[in-house]
Design a protein around this ligand. Sequence first.
Ligand SMILES: Cc1ncc(COP(=O)(O)O)c(C=O)c1O
Length: 391
Amino acid sequence: MHASNTPTLEPESTEPDGPTAAATLAPTRALLTQDVDRSDPALRDWVAERIRRLEADARRSADTHLIKLDLPEHWGIDLYLKDESTHPTGSLKHRLARSLFLYALVNGWLGPDTVVIESSSGSTAVSEAHFARMLGLRFVAVMPRSTSAEKIALIEAEGGICHFVEHAEQMSETSQRLAQQYGGHFLDQFTYAERATDWRGHNNIAQSILDQLGNEPHPIPAWIVVGAGTGGTSATLGRYLRLMKLPTRLCVADVENSVFYDGWVSRDAGVVTHSSSRIEGIGRPRVEPSFVGTVVDRMVRVPDPASVAGAHFLQGRLGRRVGPSTGTTIVAVAHLVDQMRAHGERGSVVTLLCDSGDRYGHTYFDREWIAAQGWELAPWIQRLETSLPAR
Ligand SMILES: Cc1ncc(COP(=O)(O)O)c(C=O)c1O
């Protein structure tokens, strides 16, 4: 990089009485005198190599499965789970982490010495720690102290450092402060999730789901049901459905101690709460900038014990554990299927299996921990078995 805004050449004046004011602005031998060149070929090579690594990783990856969950055939309702737990870092956040790093790289926000910082209740940080290591960058995750021990171990295994805060509301401010302190870059999933993902396609989750439904009895789903953490996934889906001119409706399932539902219902993005979501991965104390409420058709709120019961119910159906946020959306799905049946509607419904329940063995799948929350799951599980029987 060199600066050359100090004129080094005399203006070539043809005026016999010396240069006038106009003549000082006339072309010089360098043509322009105000010129700052910040090009840095070594940094561009560094960025190019990181992008190559991300693209190579994407090429090595396979798409995730769309699992069909049986319902009584005569209902004419087909239920699908997009199994995002099979990404190399175990959750839907693998897609987001790759997109956030790519976005930061193409924006020129990262260099070889950048410390990358993120606010995350866990899964995003697990995926970002993985990509940071792939790119040779140091990574710090700012997370609530309540984050599961399993997730902390996964972040540390990828070489990430965990920085704890007491409440979810402190995460963003602490991340900004750390970024300033270390000259680092705050990836800020809650702001950038919606714009880092290419909603036009590029094998985003929406395009993938619709492609995979291609040969099904109802290839255009009646409903897609998701949770909201950043709101990025719902934004990508809602935009893509409009872009493809599809009638499919998008339902977002929120949880207790989260304001997405209240903010959307009251059309007030300023609603906040001082409590933290008890369903890891979804629910936030403020309406995050990445939540694009205008592309959401419907919102429901699911009680926390119902979400956890949903995860246990799915364990019975799939023979493996799923995370609690998948439990939240399966309860919302059961609610929609009940209503479709009541109205004699046929069609398909798609939701996400966001992560595996193996990450929550000491919490949502631990009887004592569940009892300590004062939650009774059995009535909810029975209700789900009635709404979503296997046949
Ligand atoms: C079931 C489910 N849907 C959607 C999401 C979306 O997350 P985000 O809003 O951050 O894209 C999550 C995140 O954990 C989830 O578990």
